[in-house]
Structure formats: structure tokens, C-alpha cells
Design a binder for this molecule. Sequence first.
Ligand code: DX5
Ligand code: ZN
Length: 210
Amino acid sequence: MIKIAPSILAADPINLEKDVRRAVEAGCDWIHVDVMDAHFVPNLAYSPDTVRRLKEVCPVPLDVHLMMDQPETLLDAFLDAGAANVTVHAEVGDISGLIRKIHEKGATAGVALRPGTPLAAVQPYLESAELILTMTVEPGFGGQKLDERVIGKIRELRENGYTGEIEADGGIRMDNIRRLAESGLSVAVMGTALFRHGDMQAAISELHRI
Ligand code: DX5
Ligand code: ZN
């Protein structure tokens, strides 16, 4: 069963608790927190304090995605705030030390790739990272169109024997998730398609049946 991780980037920012409760009650598996530094991506989003408060009200794991050039500057803060998983981008350099730090604090570690970054960039981390995030849009904004090239990346990861979580993030809709699932996806980050859906519970139940 595919795990569904609603991205709060698509939630109502001044009614965040309400939207997170709606997603949890609708049966989501994780809550995906897109952290942005206005440098690695041209957008700004979420602080460790937001994660701390979310942890107090949210019973499902917080899946924190650091779209930051220097994730080491706030890694401890996000871990101490209660992140269950922290994902950092392979494009920022050698992240093996960050993965060790994430594990030392008892969280799981993810490694993310932009759509255009080749799979070779995650090769050094396949033994240590519990999750590989193959971004299906150029990071920074929700509501974009899924980049079909990434379906091949997911399939190749599985064919190369990766047995951890493979997560996709961006542009995932009810009408394209089946192909992602067939290629080996295990976690779907969905923002727009869920928070704009008239019946989130029905949507998540349908997604869980895929
Ligand atoms: C991009 C963001 C988006 C968002 C989900 O950096 O990470 O991928 O979470 O996007 P949509 O709204 O297309 O599901
Ligand atoms: Zn994300």
C-alpha cells in the first residue's frame, strides 16, 4: 500500500492546524513539511518552531524535506522539534555526515534529488538512507506538472535493488499515481491534489487501494 504524505505547502497557512487535522482524520500516513530557504529554491517556508507545534497536535510522523543550501545550520533544530524523517538534497554536497547526525538523533534519513539530477548522485547513500526522494517537479512550488522522466528513475532505483522507501513529491494526481506505484514508489507526497479535493478521505482511501 502506498503511503500518502500530504504536503502542508498546499494547506491554508493561517489555518494550518485545521488542515493538518483534516488530513490526519482523512487517513494520511505522514505529514510532509516542505522547508525552503529562498536560496536552494526561490521560496521560503516553515521553521523548526512550526514543526515543534505540529508535533504537539499531529499523531502521524512528520516527514521534513529540507530544500536548503546549508541544511546543517538547522538540522539539529528540526530533529529536536520532532521530525520523524529528515530528507536533505544530494546536490548540496557530501551529506554522509548529515545522515549520521539524523540517525544519532533517532530519526530516519532521506536523500532527495531534483528531477534533472542523475541517480548516480544518491549511489553513495543507498546503504545508509532509509528513503530516497525523487522529486517529480523542480522544487519550490506546489501545483506544477509532474516530470515524466522521474518515473524511469524510480523504476531504475528498484531494478538496482534499492529496498528502502522511494518517495515522489510534486505534481502527483489521482490520474498519474498508478504509473508511479507500478514503477516502485512507496510514498506519495501530494499537496494540491489533496487539499483542493472535495473529499480528502475518499481520495486517500482510493489512493490506498492502488
Ligand atoms: C515543491 C513542493 C511540492 C509540494 C507538492 O518543492 O515540495 O512538490 O510539496 O506539490 P503538489 O501541490 O503538486 O502536490
Ligand atoms: Zn517536499
